[in-house]
Design a binder for this molecule. Structure first.
Ligand code: ATP
Length: 316
């Protein structure tokens, strides 16, 4: 696993308040990490430290192999950061906002017009380029701010509560954008209180509480006690053969099956899953959905909080 962010022993104090307490963690390259935790857990402080905007009391932070404290400017070239209370220059057009961000990220003048076009296209802002940013809706302003954060094609994007205040349609567009950025190779660290939303696109969970790491791990499919994975499959139209076909298939135990949908326990790795899907298609089933049932982020997070509280209570 390639590591994009590596933090060791990070401690940060505000006057009279320890916000991060000996935090050590790694963020895998190409992952989308959901940064979660209650109010005051230290999420914003952690992001600001990673972005080189705060100087910690102790510890080290590396991004893309560079030391953030030693080489903040070099690291900024590889990083985009959207703060929870971002500001835009209200009077500037969207194009000017993007141009300003591109220039301040050190893009050569000759490369800026193309970077503006590409970023506007990716964020579906092309028809808004001449509009003043202050006249846009909140959802569009959010997209301009993300555009400013990614115009220099960073390797890492840090987003602090990017979906707050957005309507469901804008949130879903944002989720699609994050998946697209990840598919393009970017590593994302996204904080939010809305776990259901993070669930849609996160590959990893990083939970903070009282300035400490509560849990840091990959989100995987739900393993059953016998090691089987839960798979869900959906057909375009009911097919009466489905239950019998699945029952006869080695490695498959049906949990819940009707003619158009099935939830099964499946013994087998990713290749075996691919072979099962191929066999279904070959047998003439019109499969429209085939996916491992992922752990629910909210349940998983609440379970780690409960385990933490139990361990605190049972400590001598
Ligand atoms: P939220 O979910 O509410 O945004 P958070 O997890 O992002 O919270 P931080 O904003 O990082 O948490 O704050 C961590 C702790 O540091 C909190 O107890 C907070 O009150 C404190 N804190 C944050 N900023 C300052 C500051 N400028 N001065 C003093 N204390 C601060």
């Amino acid at each position: 696993m390639d590591i994009m962010i590596k933090i060791s022993g990070l401690t940060f104090d505000y006057p009279g308040r320890r916000a991060l307490d000996d935090v050590s963690l790694e963020v895998a390259a190409g992952s989308v990490t959901a940064l979660v935790g209650p109010n005051g857990a230290g999420k914003t402080t952690l992001m600001r430290c990673i972005a080189g905007l705060e100087t910690p009391l102790a510890g080290s932070i590396e991004v893309a192999g560079m030391d953030v404290i030693e080489q903040p400017r070099a690291v900024h070239r590889s990083m985009g950061y959207l703060s929870d209370f971002f500001g835009l220059y209200q009077e500037l057009s969207v194009a000017r906002c993007l141009e300003y961000a591109a220039a301040s990220q050190g893009l050569p003048d000759a490369a800026i017009p193309q970077a503006i076009r590409d970023t506007a296209h990716q964020l579906q802002l092309t028809d808004r380029l001449s509009q003043a940013s202050g006249s846009l809706s909140r959802g569009l302003r959010q997209r301009v701010a993300i555009g400013q954060a990614i115009i220099h094609r960073p390797k890492v994007l840090l987003l602090d509560e990017p979906a707050s205040g957005l309507d469901p349609e804008a949130r879903s567009q944002l989720a699609a954008l994050f998946r697209q950025l990840q598919a393009g190779g970017m590593t994302l660290l996204v904080s939010s209180h809305i776990l259901a939303e993070l669930d849609e696109y996160s590959t990893h969970l990083l939970a903070l509480r009282d300035g400490r790491v509560l849990e840091s791990r990959a989100l995987q499919g739900v393993a059953q006690t016998d090691g089987a994975r839960i798979l869900r499959l959906q057909l375009a139209a009911p097919d009466a053969r489905l239950a019998d076909w699945l029952h006869a298939r080695p490695g498959v135990v049906c949990r819940n099956v009707d003619s158009g949908f099935a939830e099964i326990n499946f013994q087998g790795d990713a290749n075996a899953q691919a072979a099962l899907l191929a066999a279904l298609v070959q047998a003439g089933f019109a499969v429209t959905g085939f996916a491992e049932h992922k752990e629910n982020l909210q349940q998983s997070y609440l379970r780690s909080v409960a385990a933490h509280l139990e361990s605190v209570e049972s400590a001598p």
